[in-house]
Design a protein around this ligand. Structure first.
Ligand code: GDP
Ligand code: MG
Length: 429
């Protein structure tokens, strides 16, 4: 994994006071290996290292506190540049409706992402319409209509024709009539790039002159990411990219490659199957995530959205004053339940290792009830001072809550991990 390997390299470098030229060479060689293993192309990796190397000259001369830290900063800055430098949102046209054409391979997430985007725009107060222009599989139209119905977003579909241009035009026409702000056209994909698909997309593009052509690409694809992105960009010219499935294991490689070949901004990332699992893409945060320095900002924003603000404030104050106890742990778990999958959140925290992730991912809503039962079976004193919980007390709690002792132990272990994380976050702030 890219992040873990980079982290290991930099941990080694960070531990030292001085850096020699040889150290830098070693460090960069490691970075190179890591990037190539993450399926970043040779060319891109080479360009990246050349830039880092150029800036790293002179770092050894610095008598500052930590030259290694300086090097990390350079790598971080350059990674950010390689991911697009600035965050860019959807470009809205001054004359509504803004027309967004979604393109990509089959299964990349076009339909799901169209719905996610519509949901987001609607939440911003922009009336949005979806257009079902994937006519080759009837199920594709059904899928979009179902999503639209759930989100209460209108969907234009016409099962009476296979003329995609006609459908797209009619959908936009309807959007105009209904004074929609945005019209999103969901198109068909194939399992691989082919001429017929590109020709059809080109015809739609010429007919409707979209304001945005967004390439929806699977963030888990490795080497193929470059070829796919280049294929679409060369054939129809994309204006932006949405990377999906960024909730999986692959983090970074595809983003680097796709921006590298297209130089078109990555605008959003998909982080789950649900309609709310779409986030803005921040190059600097992604660089940070790649470097495993943690994406605390995104976490905080997310938390602000979903946390009960009063409860959060009360907790923060209390934790600052008296430390975290099991009651807080339970509240925190409940809050996090609201934030979506635990995995997503923990991945953004600095220094969270895969062991913790594996454990934490076991906390699903069903387990919340069990956690609660366990904590409620403790005495108030035990909740405040978990270290009181020796073997016999644990057995009593297990019996009281009707859960196995192993589960009580696991809870306490998670609690300790969270305590550690809270400390790390407190230091960051
Ligand atoms: P399309 O063929 O390009 O329209 O792809 P779909 O929108 O039908 O998505 C294909 C599959 O990928 C579906 O099972 C989606 O739920 C899933 N999917 C899409 N985006 C994401 C994402 O961000 N994360 C995860 N985990 N799954 C996703
Ligand atoms: Mg589809």
């Amino acid at each position: 994994e890219l992040s873990e390997k980079l982290e290991a390299t930099f941990a080694r470098l960070r531990g030292r006071g001085v850096l020699t030229d040889a150290d830098i060479k070693d460090g960069l060689r490691e970075v190179r290996r890591v990037l190539l293993e993450a399926d970043v192309s040779f060319q891109l990796t080479g360009e990246f290292l050349a830039r880092v190397e150029k800036r790293a000259v002179g770092v050894t001369q610095l008598k500052s506190v930590s030259p290694a830290q300086q090097l990390v900063k350079i790598v971080y800055d350059e990674l950010t540049l390689m991911l697009g430098e600035r965050k860019e949102g959807l470009k809205l046209s001054s004359v509504p409706p803004t027309v967004v054409l979604m393109v990509g391979l089959q299964g990349s997430g076009k339909t799901t992402t169209s719905a996610k985007l519509a949901r987001k725009l609607k939440a911003e107060g922009k009336a949005t319409r979806l257009v079902a222009a994937d006519v080759y599989r009837p199920a594709a139209i059904d899928q979009l209509e179902t999503l639209g119905r759930d989100l209460q977003v209108p969907v234009y579909a016409d099962r009476g024709t296979q003329d995609v241009v006609k459908i797209a035009k009619a959908g936009i026409e309807q959007g105009k009539k209904e004074r929609d702000r945005v019209v999103i056209i969901d198109t068909a994909g194939r399992t691989q790039i082919d001429d017929e698909m590109m020709q059809e997309l080109r015809r739609v593009k010429e007919a409707v002159q979209p304001d945005e052509i967004l390439l929806v690409a699977d963030g888990m694809t490795g080497q193929d990411a470059v070829r796919i992105a280049q294929g679409f960009n060369d054939a129809i010219g994309v204006t932006g990219v949405i990377l999906t499935k960024m909730d999986g294991d692959a983090r970074g490689g595809a983003a680097l490659s796709i921006y590298g070949v297209t130089k078109k901004p990555i605008k959003y990332i998909g982080v789950g199957e649900k309609p709310d699992a779409l986030e803005e893409f921040h190059p600097d945060r992604m660089a940070g995530r790649i470097l495993q320095q943690g994406d605390v900002l995104t976490l905080v924003e997310k938390a602000q959205g979903a946390f009960d603000a009063d409860e959060a404030k009360r907790m923060e104050k209390k934790i600052k004053k008296e430390g975290m106890d099991l009651q807080d742990f339970l509240s925190a778990m409940k809050q996090m339940e609201k934030l979506g999958s635990m995995q997503n959140i923990l991945k953004m925290l600095p220094g969270v290792n895969s062991k913790v992730l594996a454990q934490a991912s076991k906390v699903d809503p069903k387990r919340m009830k069990h956690l609660e039962a366990i904590v409620l079976s403790m005495t108030a004193q035990e909740r405040k001072k978990p270290e009181l919980l020796n073997g016999s007390r644990r057995a009593r709690v297990a019996k009281g809550s009707g859960r196995p002792v192993s589960e009580v132990n696991r809870l306490l272990e998670q609690f300790r991990e969270m305590q550690k994380m809270m400390k790390r976050m407190a230091v960051k702030r």
